[in-house]
Design a protein around this ligand. Structure first.
Ligand code: FAD
Length: 482
């Protein structure tokens, strides 16, 4: 029988929360393992959201949502610089569409003051100067300059890569199915039959976090998945809007918004419907039509003929109404970081710091490393280079001139680079999330076969063994000719 490996900390879940905690704890002398059930990190909620770094005026004052959202804002610029992540602090406008909404804007301004978030109320004329495409019926807006947009794939994947570079271990395709109390901590057992001993566990399992908590007998909360669907528009116009545009919030949440992404696509959504299924990310026409009608009310000229895809994500809505970030009362050394619905992406950096500095360090007596390297090796993105830099690069290495994805201008050199990094892709979707190959107008219609060949050649496997996403999602059935 194989000997069980021993760890100080096991993090369950490789979403943005697990990855940021892994990166934060890699600053300390601890043996850390991340277990992720899918074959890539950033494969569930962290891959399907609005990608907004909210300013923090919206969460109810005094909640953990408000605290960690606002505390994260000053952390983003340095973090994104160290991890080579695209982040643009473009500001947000929350738009009032009638005179009757103006007192509600005032209320949001007061809430922002309580949360310590700088905001400004704009009158109708100023709103239309800021954003000329907004419905002319607008009566005012709340401007929050510290809001921004971030690339959630880069944030998660680069954080995990940096954690691995600093000594954290990551195992993919390892679904945690059992947790048992042992003398020196916990024994964690995965579906593949592997077992690990650890002193502490961090439960960062997203919409599945209540199931993980049940494994140690903690039934203090449950998670109700809440679906949000979106349209993705092509990058048809770099200046269609330049801020995140929200409607007035309602009891259902922040409402149907329109936002540029870091790659200058536009997202329109999300809807908000509870779902009984933690894996149901299907979209439906009725919901999509409803999103369209709501969005048109905000910006009448959205060019829906520029839609290149639709998608859904699941919010991990907790029964407690707020983030759950604490040790389970019945399980010493077991920490829930659960119910991290919106603004979880925005709140992630401060949540990670808190979990490591306030929960894990006192429990385990962690000591900071002297040789922690905060930087990832810089990434090359041909599409982001000016003509001259691109020319110089391709003179040195022709693989950067060999464009595999025409829509997003992704080169062979970039794809090969990701394969040799410490958190490499094993599927088409993982290549797409790292390089944007397949994210464009044709949605991989042209480049997918070439990407399959690149992955098959690199891993020395048959093209029929290359998967789209998880292990059972084979793309090609059989070879038709040699
Ligand atoms: C529609 C929508 C819009 C949103 N918009 C925003 C926004 O604009 N700004 C913002 O700040 N936040 C937003 N959010 C919230 C944000 O996306 C989440 O807070 C964040 O992604 C949560 O990250 P996570 O790591 O907790 O979860 P996940 O990314 O889901 O990661 C959890 C991981 O745990 C793994 N896992 C689960 N069970 C097991 C197991 N048994 N064994 C091993 N691994 C397991 C999963 O496979 C998964 O990879 C939005 C969410 C949604 C759905």
């Amino acid at each position: 029988m194989a000997l069980e490996q021993h760890f100080d900390i096991i993090i369950i879940g490789g979403g943005v929360i697990g990855a940021l905690i892994a990166r934060e704890v890699s600053k300390y002398n601890a043996k850390v393992l991340v277990l992720e059930k899918n074959n890539d990190v950033c494969s569930e909620t962290s891959a399907a959201n609005s990608a907004i770094v909210h300013s923090g005026y919206d969460p109810v004052p005094g909640t953990l949502k408000a605290h960690f959202n606002v505390a994260s804002i000053p952390l983003f610029p340095k973090l994104c610089q160290e991890l080579d992540v695209e982040f643009h602090q473009i500001g947000s406008l929350t738009v009032a569409m009638s005179e009757a909404d103006l007192p509600r804007l005032k209320h949001l301004e007061e809430q922002a003051a309580l949360n310590n978030v700088p905001v400004q109320i704009l009158n109708r004329d100023d709103v239309l100067i800021f954003e000329p495409k907004i419905n002319k019926a607008v009566s005012g807006a709340l401007f929050a300059p510290t809001a921004g947009v971030v690339n959630p794939f880069e944030l998660t994947i680069h954080a995990m890569e940096n954690a691995i570079d600093n000594g954290v271990e990551l195992l993919l395709n390892e679904k945690v199915e059992g947790i048992f109390k042992v003398d020196d901590g916990w024994k964690v057992v995965s579906a593949s039959g592997k077992a690990f001993i650890t002193k502490a566990i961090v439960n960062a399992a997203g919409v599945h976090a209540d199931k993980i908590a049940r494994l140690v007998g903690d039934d203090s909360f449950f998670i109700k998945p809440r679906k949000g669907s979106y349209y993705v528009l092509d990058h048809f116009d770099n200046n269609f809007v330049n801020h995140v545009i929200f409607p007035m919030p309602s009891e259902k949440g922040k409402g149907i918004l329109l936002t540029p992404t870091t790659s200058r696509n536009y997202l329109v959504g999300p809807s908000s419907e509870f779902s009984g299924d933690t894996l149901d990310v299907a979209t439906d026409t009725l919901t999509m039509e409803n999103i369209k009608q709501n969005a048109i009310n905000l910006l009448p000229d959205i060019p829906f003929h520029q839609v290149i895809r639709v998608f859904s994500g699941l919010r991990a809505t907790p029964s407690t109404g707020d983030f759950i970030i604490k040790e389970a009362s019945n399980a010493r050394g077991f920490y829930n970081v659960a119910g991290i619905e919106s603004p979880g992406l925005a709140a992630g950096p401060a949540i990670a710091k808190h979990v490591v500095e306030q929960l894990l360090t006192p429990y385990l007596g962690l000591i900071a490393k002297e040789d922690f390297n905060p930087f990832v090796k810089p990434y090359i993105h041909v599409a982001r280079l000016d003509h001259e830099s691109r020319h110089k690069l391709t003179e040195i290495n022709k693989q950067y001139a060999d464009i595999v994805c025409n829509c997003e201008q992704v080169s062979l050199g970039e794809i090969l680079d990701t394969l040799t990094r410490s958190c490499p892709p094993h599927s088409l979707k993982a290549v797409k999330n790292r390089t944007r190959a397949g994210f464009g107008k044709c949605q991989g219609g042209v480049c997918q076969l070439r990407l399959i060949k690149i992955l098959a050649d690199y891993y020395g496997i048959s093209p029929t063994d290359v998967v789209y996403g998880n292990e059972d999602s084979h793309f090609l059935r059989e070879e038709s000719k040699k």
